[in-house]
Each structure stands twice: as structure tokens, then as C-alpha cells.
Write a protein that binds this ligand. Structure first.
Ligand SMILES: [Zn+2]
Length: 165
């Protein structure tokens, strides 16, 4: 465990400009606050361990989802991914991207689950899926949550729905 953590740590990179730039990359506007907060928490906690991580994707537009589906990068059609509703975050390594071993991803998964439990956030980790997607974290039961008025208001900010009356 300690060796694996050391193997993904890069303190120098964490202190550099590229790391700072990466932190601003994902489109988080009107994303679900639990997802935005969790992404930040996980990145900060890993940063304290000198591991550079960043949120590569929060929102994925319907057009981008269609492209990802056609290319086989995603199994989800437009509207089938929680990223299409700002309800998921992909957190990847600043230097290596997705190119980590299962043992290395499991450290990040463990840290993320611990943070979620501490904050009472109900999240699902893609590293637990058969379709292994260890960068991915999503709100548990996100499809059902779309029915809530607060979610409709949030989605209206992105032009995905008309504001509720
Ligand atoms: Zn994802």
C-alpha cells in the first residue's frame, strides 16, 4: 500500500503551473453540489498525500456523449450518463491520466469512499463495476433524483429543462 502510494506521488508536479491549470479544466457550472464538493475533496486529500489528481470531466454535453458512444469510449447514449446531468465526476492522475494499475486505483477508491462516508454522501464508484471505470464517481440513484424540483431548477440553468412553474 505504501509503495503504491509512493508510486503515484509527484510532489514537484503538484507544485507546478500545469497542476494548477488542470484544477480549472472541468466544466462544473450548475453541476450537483455534492459532486462538485466531492471532486474537490478527493483532489485535495490526494494533494496532501502529494498525489496530483484533477477532475477531467463533470459535465459531458449530449453532443459529446453521442460522440463518446459512437467511438466506444462510453457505453451510454445521450441522456443515459449522469455526466449529462452534472451528477458524476471523473478524477484522474495529473501526469498519468487513466494509466494507473488496479492497486493504484484502489488507493484512490479507498480514499474517496472514506471521504464520502465522512460527509454522508451516497456515491457509486466505477472501480466497483464489471465495466471497470475507476476514474468515475456518480451520485447513487441519480436517475430518481432527476424527478426532484431542486434538480429540475439546476438543470434549467443549463438549458436542459424549462424552469419549473
Ligand atoms: Zn465518468
Amino acid at each position: 500500500m505504501r509503495n503504491s502510494l509512493a508510486s503515484i506521488a509527484d510532489r514537484k508536479f503538484c507544485e507546478g503551473v500545469k497542476y494548477s491549470d488542470q484544477q480549472l479544466r472541468a466544466d462544473r457550472r450548475a453541476a450537483h453540489p455534492d459532486i462538485v464538493g466531492f471532486g474537490r475533496l478527493l483532489v485535495w486529500r490526494m494533494r496532501r498525500l502529494n498525489v496530483p489528481m484533477f477532475e477531467s470531466t463533470v459535465w459531458r454535453t449530449m453532443d459529446d456523449q453521442q460522440a463518446a458512444y459512437v467511438l466506444g469510449h462510453s457505453k451510454a447514449k445521450p441522456g443515459e450518463s449522469p455526466h449529462n446531468f452534472g451528477m458524476a465526476v471523473d478524477v484522474i492522475h495529473g501526469v498519468r491520466g487513466w494509466d494507473l494499475s488496479r492497486a493504484q486505483w484502489s488507493i484512490i477508491g479507498h480514499v474517496g469512499k472514506e471521504l464520502a462516508a465522512q460527509r454522508g454522501l451516497r456515491l457509486t464508484w466505477g472501480g466497483d463495476w464489471k465495466f471497470y471505470d475507476p476514474a468515475h464517481w456518480e451520485l447513487h440513484g441519480w436517475r430518481h433524483r432527476l424527478e426532484a424540483t431542486a434538480e429540475k431548477e439546476r438543470l434549467a440553468l443549463r438549458g436542459l429543462l424549462l424552469p419549473p412553474t
